[in-house]
Design a protein around this ligand. Structure first.
Ligand SMILES: Cc1ncc(COP(=O)(O)O)c(C=O)c1O
Length: 421
């Protein structure tokens, strides 16, 4: 019976053959990483709710150790080898399917799943940098990424320089002989700035600098950083990839030579998520392309509506010609994402009143799920006006993360809220 179970798990299960480049995202999200024949003929991937994996006998342990040595050699040569599971901090079959699906979606050789986006970011940096190294971080990056780079990394002997997204001279000037990585984010929060990734990759490669990009706001439906020459793409899977505001997760995708180091560091630092969250993520991913296309459409409609409204001072959306990075976005993205930021033509209190009058979106500090979510961004920074000013954010700025609701309803809701301020 043991042998039957083993063969049911491993023998006939050829992964669904999808060509990374030619298969479309909508097919990848459903099938990539999955096998046609699953254990017990189930259609869905089982949740392997286990912390550890057992060995039939001593021979099985010896075979495992021999395979592990082979894999180490393959990894040193820049490749990889599949192998059975040993312990839950190193791997889990449900997680593995998610990793394979995300690697296929981003067009990378491998992926590593984490318990959160921040676990993915910090473990990647710890895996690839050492004391004495220097990292350049985009000034517009997620504030916790910047905090980690500026306040935490120096304790471990890694220096950071922050550079603005359009400061090309500053970027070139920031490079030192010890610069090992450039960490960017595109589109950024909350102004949705878009970095020219092809240009960045072409510039960094000859210098031997690793490029890592947080593509959370774009998703693999709208942008493929690896195809533009970027080395590593990172997501807070908590947002669009999960898509239902019911889990925290993060992922890094890239070539084996980097991903295997990151995976080994995950095993050491322990930032793995649980099997249930991996399953929820897998389930959420199945509708990623449907959801994101709807969110793109909703955001475009809302951005155009707001741009023409007299009570809105300014709209930031990369799909609008008025956005400073509209040209790069057109070239680099196939959709412009589900977030629209805008400034109310009014003060902090009027902006709060507008947000409070909205009936459909929830108020909260996240994005990417099926429910629309809105926030007066500056209020989440600090109660102190000086600190808010230092963060470079107007008190009238609203970030509206579109869900998948009907765009006519969302616009009618915005209209009634704007009328009341
Ligand atoms: C762009 C971006 N990257 C990373 C993160 C961190 O992700 P998590 O909350 O999953 O740790 C966030 C969270 O808001 C984010 O917006």
């Amino acid at each position: 019976m043991m042998i039957e179970t083993e063969s049911a798990l491993h023998a006939p299960d050829e992964p669904v053959a999808l060509d990374c480049v030619s298969a479309h995202d909508a097919t990848h999200v459903v099938h990539a990483g999955e096998t046609k024949c699953k254990p017990d003929d189930a259609l869905t991937v089982p949740i392997y709710q286990t912390s550890t994996y057992t060995f039939a006998d001593t021979d099985a342990i010896l075979a495992f150790m021999a395979r592990k040595a082979e894999r180490t050699t393959a990894r040193e040569a820049g490749g990889d080898l599949d192998m059975r599971n040993e312990y839950g901090r190193y791997s889990n079959p449900t997680q593995r399917v998610v990793e394979q699906k995300l690697a296929a979606l981003e067009g990378g050789e491998g992926a590593v799943l984490f318990a959160s986006g921040m676990a993915a970011i910090t473990t990647t940096i710890f895996a690839l940098l050492s004391a004495g190294d220097h990292v350049i971080v985009l000034r517009d990056s997620y504030r916790r990424t910047k905090e980690f780079a500026k306040s935490f990394l120096p304790r471990w002997g890694v220096e950071t320089t922050l550079v603005s997204i359009d400061d090309h001279k500053g970027l070139a000037g920031a490079v030192r002989p010890t610069t090992r990585m450039i960490f960017g984010e595109t589109p950024t929060n909350p102004y949705l700035r878009v970095m020219d990734l092809e240009k960045l990759a072409a510039w960094a490669k000859p210098l031997g600098i690793i490029t890592a990009v947080d593509s959370t706001f774009a998703t693999p439906v709208n942008m493929h950083p690896l195809f533009l020459g970027i080395d590593l793409v990172i997501h807070s899977a908590t947002k669009y990839l999960g898509g239902h505001n019911d889990l925290l997760a993060g992922v890094v995708v890239g070539p084996h030579r980097l991903v295997t180091q990151i995976e080994a560091t995950r095993g050491l630092l322990g930032g793995v998520g649980g099997p249930q969250d991996a399953y929820l993520l897998l389930r959420g991913l199945k509708t990623l392309s449907l959801r994101v296309r709807q969110q793109n459409q909703n955001a475009e409609r809302v951005a155009r509506y707001l741009e023409g409204h007299p009570k809105v001072a300014r709209v930031f959306y990369p799909g609008l010609a008025s956005h400073p990075d509209a040209e790069v976005a057109q070239r680099q993205m196939t959709g412009f994402g589900g977030v629209v930021s805008f400034e109310i033509a009014g003060n902090k209190e009027q902006t709060s009143r507008f947000v409070d009058q909205l009936r459909i979106p929830y108020i909260g500090p996240t994005l990417g799920g099926v429910e629309s979510i809105v926030q007066q961004q500056a209020l989440f920074i600090s109660l102190d006006p000086e600190e808010r000013r230092a963060a470079g954010m107007s008190d009238s700025l609203v970030r509206y993360a579109l869900g998948i609701e009907d765009p006519d309803d969302l616009i009618a809701d915005l209209a009634q809220a704007l009328e009341r301020i």
